[in-house]
Design a protein around this ligand. Structure first.
Ligand code: SF4
Ligand code: SF4
Length: 131
């Protein structure tokens, strides 16, 4: 899709979120929605993020806390299963990591340039609880 910058729109133009019919938009997955070229969903914010969450499926219990608390709807969940992160829209705020309840956490923040496999290889071990 061809994108438009904010200065390319006519003054007073009506900006629509979607192209065409939107009857079932609430139950349509983000990647299947007919976003219009004036919708900010089509723009990435990834180029200014300096830290990113990395997901380690091995420890995830699909509690959905990260999905509930992410302020940017960047956690991708299907059929109540956490399946990944929308890295085009994640701001790197770290809230998902804060709320993840597993031990060790199933999400951890890493520098933006960090290779994902390398991040997974240095995942911390389970912490022992002190009595
Ligand atoms: S780092 Fe912030 S924006 Fe990114 S997935 Fe986690 S909660 Fe959402
Ligand atoms: S908060 Fe952690 S354990 Fe819960 S779904 Fe998200 S990644 Fe999985």
């Amino acid at each position: 899709m061809q994108k438009s910058g904010w200065s390319e729109f006519e003054i007073g133009a009506m900006l629509r979120s979607f192209e065409g019919a939107t009857n079932n938009i609430a139950i349509t997955h983000q990647e299947d929605r007919p976003y219009s070229k004036s919708n900010s969903f089509t723009a990435s914010v990834a180029d200014w993020r300096i830290v990113k969450p990395v997901f380690n499926k091995e420890y995830c219990i699909d509690c959905q806390f990260c999905w509930i608390y992410c302020p940017d709807i960047s956690i991708i969940s299907r059929d109540k299963k956490m399946i990944g992160i929308d890295m085009d829209h994640c701001k790197g705020c770290g809230i998902c990591v804060e709320v993840c309840p597993t031990n060790p956490k199933s999400l951890l923040m890493f520098p933006e340039q960090q290779d994902e496999e390398a991040a997974l290889s240095e995942w911390p071990a389970k912490e022992k609880k002190e009595n």
